[in-house]
Write a protein that binds this ligand. Structure first.
Ligand SMILES: O=C(O)CCC(=O)C(=O)O
Length: 370
C-alpha cells in the first residue's frame, strides 16, 4: 500500500476502533486506577493503526478480530504484566468480569454441568471420573514413558508442547466436553487452552523446589488447570496438594477475622505468588488442605490461584499431565504454541464450536486465527 493509502486506511480503522470504544472502555474500566491505563488505551489505537500495514487487520475487521490482534500485540504484553502485578483479589475479580463481558458467548453442546462448576467455584477444586478408558490411558502413558524429555526444572523432567499435542488422547482430554462445560461455567467465558504440560517428578531428598512450596499461580485474571496423573500416586509418590477455598478472598477474610488477625493480613495472604510470605499456611489452612492421591488416570480441575504445591516424591516418580485454561491468549502463550500446527481437531475429539475455540491457538492457519 502507498503511504497515502496507508494513512487513509489507518484513519478509517481508527474510526472503526472508536466505534468499538465502549467495548474497550468496559474492558479497561477496571484498570482505571492503575497508572498504565492511559498508556494501554493509547497503545490499542496505535496497534490498530499499525496492524493495517502488516495486513493483520482490515478497516472492516470484526470487533473480535480487532480484539484478538490487539491482545496478541503490545497491549497483550501489558495486560500480562498487569495480571502479574495486580495483587488485590477483588480488583482481579472485577477485571475478570470485564474481560468475560467482551469475550464471545459460545454454548456448551452438552449444557452446563452446574453442580461440578459450582463446586469448582466454591472450593476451587473438583474431582473428575472416568475420563479415559484403560486402553487409551495405557497408550498415553506409553507415549510419554517412551518419549524424550526436552527440559529439566529441579526434580521435574518436561516434555515439549509439540509432543504433548501429538500424544494419543491428549487433545481429546483437553477438549473433553464435560471439562470444557465446567471450565466455561467457572471462568464465565469460553475457555482458551493457553498451555499444556507433561512432567515427571523424580524422588529427591530436597524440598526446596519452587513448585513444592505453597504458592498461587497468576496465569490470568481467572484461570484453572486440569491435572491428570500418569502414574499411581500415594502419599510418598509426590501427590499434588491443594488448600480448598483459598482462591476466594471472602473465605480468607472470614478466616482472618475468626483468627482475630488484622484485616490488612488479607493483602499479605494475596501478595504476588505468595511464595515469599512468612505465613504458616500449613497450620492456618489445616482444615482446607488435602493431598490428592489416586491411580493413574486420576483427574481434577483446580483454581490454581488458590494455594497449592506438589509434595516431593520419596518413593516413585510421578507423571503429571496438565492443561491450563484461561481467558486471554497472551503473547507468551501464543509463543508456546507457535510450532504446533494442526489442521483440525483429531477424530478422537468431540468437534464443537467450543472445542475449536478452546484449541484455536494450535489450529492452522498460523498467525491468522489467534
Ligand atoms: O507438581 C505439582 O503438583 C505442583 C504443580 C504446580 O505447582 C502448578 O502446576 O502450578
Amino acid at each position: 500500500m502507498s503511504t497515502e493509502a496507508n494513512r487513509i486506511a489507518a484513519n478509517k480503522l481508527e474510526e472503526s476502533l472508536s466505534a468499538y470504544a465502549p467495548t474497550y472502555r468496559k474492558l479497561f474500566k477496571a484498570f482505571k486506577s492503575y497508572p498504565n491505563f492511559k498508556q494501554l488505551w493509547d497503545l490499542i489505537f496505535l496497534i490498530g493503526s499499525n496492524s493495517i500495514k502488516t495486513g493483520a487487520l482490515h478497516v472492516d475487521s470484526k470487533p473480535e478480530e480487532i480484539l484478538k490482534e490487539v491482545l496478541s500485540s503490545w497491549p497483550g504484553d501489558l495486560l500480562w504484566k498487569l495480571n502479574k502485578e495486580i495483587d488485590d483479589p477483588y480488583q482481579r475479580i472485577d477485571i475478570a468480569k470485564n474481560i468475560c463481558s467482551i469475550l464471545p458467548q459460545l454454548k456448551s453442546e452438552i449444557g452446563s454441568d452446574l453442580p461440578l462448576a459450582e463446586e469448582l467455584k466454591e472450593t476451587g477444586f473438583v474431582k473428575l471420573n472416568d475420563l479415559l478408558d484403560q486402553q487409551s490411558l495405557n497408550e498415553m502413558i506409553r507415549f510419554f514413558r517412551d518419549g524424550q524429555y526436552s527440559a529439566q526444572d529441579g526434580p521435574t523432567y518436561l516434555h515439549s508442547v509439540e509432543d504433548i499435542v501429538a500424544a494419543p488422547h491428549s487433545l481429546a482430554l483437553a477438549t473433553n466436553p464435560q471439562i470444557l462445560s465446567i471450565v466455561k461455567d467457572y471462568l464465565g467465558a469460553p475457555p482458551t487452552i493457553v498451555d499444556m504440560s507433561v512432567w515427571w517428578t523424580v524422588p529427591t531428598e530436597s524440598n526446596d523446589y519452587g513448585a513444592h512450596i505453597f504458592h498461587r499461580d497468576f496465569d490470568d485474571f481467572r484461570a484453572c488447570k486440569l491435572f491428570f496423573y500418569l502414574t499411581d500416586v500415594e502419599t510418598d509418590d509426590g501427590p499434588h496438594i491443594f488448600a480448598r477455598n483459598t482462591h476466594d478472598p471472602t473465605f480468607c477474610a472470614k478466616l482472618i477475622a475468626e483468627h482475630r488477625l488484622p484485616e490488612t493480613q488479607l493483602g499479605v495472604l494475596f501478595s504476588k505468588d505468595s511464595r515469599g510470605i512468612v505465613w504458616p499456611i500449613e497450620q492456618f489452612f489445616s482444615n482446607q488442605i488435602s493431598e490428592i492421591t489416586g491411580k493413574a488416570g486420576t483427574a481434577f480441575l483446580e483454581a490454581t490461584y488458590g494455594f497449592h504445591r506438589g509434595k516431593t516424591p520419596k518413593r516413585h516418580m510421578r507423571g503429571l499431565f496438565q492443561v491450563l485454561y484461561g481467558l486471554i491468549p497472551y503473547p507468551n502463550r501464543l509463543d508456546r504454541f507457535q510450532n504446533v500446527r494442526i489442521d483440525s481437531l483429531p477424530s478422537s475429539c468431540v468437534d464443537t464450536e467450543l472445542s475449536r475455540y478452546a484449541a484455536r491457538l494450535m489450529i492452522s492457519p498460523p498467525n491468522n486465527d489467534k
